[in-house]
Design a protein around this ligand. Structure first.
Ligand SMILES: [Zn+2]
Length: 361
């Protein structure tokens, strides 16, 4: 009898320890799932734009912080060479669509964006851009219109999108509209704190914030924009991280694309350095908050940029092969829980599915 009891004791101990290790594994697996997502898009940022930061930046490039790297095909449903509307829609909805279309499928039917899906799960959401907040890339995360130029309609849709933190330009689409409405009043009625001048510090983390600080886009970095992108990213993280339910933040370095269109080397380097400054803020945040998945990519390449021979053997020079977007594959950098999902070759639309998978695991 004694033997039987001690055997039982051993078995139940074994079962207990087995259960114990199972629950430990579950806890460990749970910790592997990210709670927060920071998604940074360098508009027009291909591999050569990133390469410039390894030759033209005096300090270490922020891209050195990443181990998990993949490549995306950026083509849209209709064009090998995408525009930012179709590319943004692929990121935000998981479906490729037609060029110029925002938040719609190929048949012009509305698609739910990752912002609205995560809002339903209790996430805080934020969008930061230096172009108009109604411009193609940020608009893809909340709007549904057949053409990206319908920015007054897009502004109307932003008012009802319930996004917790908004920063960028585009004031005229809110307060100088053809219909005479002043949407800033609607934002106030929806309990937004509005700042039309600068990124002032967050005072009450339970308020929603809309910083819409320029009539159209903000100035170019080398023409006096200052630290808007970095400061807005910092304030967004302060505001959004106050919630324990997790958050989704999209940050766009919008003018890397414009520099490619302009075939302007100085413009390009200034915008890349500015994007790096915002990345530094995000990377520092992931160090303090390791349950954050950070993804950095471009929506397409612009300018057919290459870094080639300079005037001497110690110099390189930036060459532009076109003033248009290209079909180049674009790298994806990921860091934090779920980042291994982002390795390999895939399509731009898969980023959406990988984020959802990382959050659901
Ligand atoms: Zn462009």
């Amino acid at each position: 009898m004694k033997t039987i009891i001690s055997s039982l004791a051993i078995i139940s101990l074994a079962l207990l320890s087995c259960n114990h290790s199972n629950s430990n594994e579950k806890t460990a697996a749970k910790q592997e799932s990210p709670i927060n997502v920071i998604f940074m898009i360098g508009d027009g940022m291909g591999i050569s734009q990133i390469t410039t930061m390894f030759y033209y930046k005096e300090s270490e490039s922020q891209f050195n912080h990443f181990q998990e790297i993949g490549f995306i095909n950026t083509s849209s449903a209709t064009n090998k060479v995408t525009d930012s509307a179709a590319a943004g829609t692929a990121f935000a909805t998981g479906q490729k669509t037609f060029n110029r279309g925002i938040g719609l499928d190929i048949d012009s039917l509305p698609l739910p964006s990752i912002v609205s899906i995560l809002q339903q799960r209790g996430y805080q959401t934020g969008l930061v851009s230096i172009s108009s907040v109604t411009h193609a890339t940020p608009a893809s995360f909340y709007a549904q219109v057949v053409d990206r130029d319908m920015e007054e309609t897009i502004a109307q849709q932003l008012v009802s999108a319930n996004i917790d933190f908004i920063a960028g330009g585009g004031l005229k689409f809110f307060n100088k509209r053809a219909d005479g409405h002043n949407l800033l009043e609607n934002l106030t009625a929806s309990r937004y704190i509005i700042d039309t001048l600068d990124i002032s510090p967050i005072e009450n983390k339970s308020d929603k914030y809309a910083y819409i600080v320029a009539d159209n886009g903000l100035p170019q970095k080398h023409k006096g924009r200052g630290d808007f992108l970095k400061d807005a990213t910092k304030q967004a993280l302060t505001k959004l991280s106050a919630s324990e339910n997790g958050f989704f933040l999209m940050v766009e370095g919008s003018y890397i694309d414009w520099a490619g269109h302009a075939r302007d080397e100085e413009f390009l380097i200034a915008e890349m350095l500015d994007f790096e400054d915002a990345m530094a803020v995000a990377i520092e945040f992931t160090k303090q908050n390791p349950n954050t998945l950070l993804i950095v990519t471009g929506d397409h390449e612009t300018g057919g940029v290459s870094v080639g021979k300079g005037n001497s053997k110690d110099e390189v020079k930036i060459y532009f092969n076109t003033d248009q977007h290209t079909a180049d594959l674009v790298p994806v950098f990921a860091k934090g829980p779920g980042s291994d999902l982002f390795k390999g070759f895939y399509h731009n639309k898969d980023i959406y599915h990988k984020i959802i998978e990382a959050l659901t695991e």
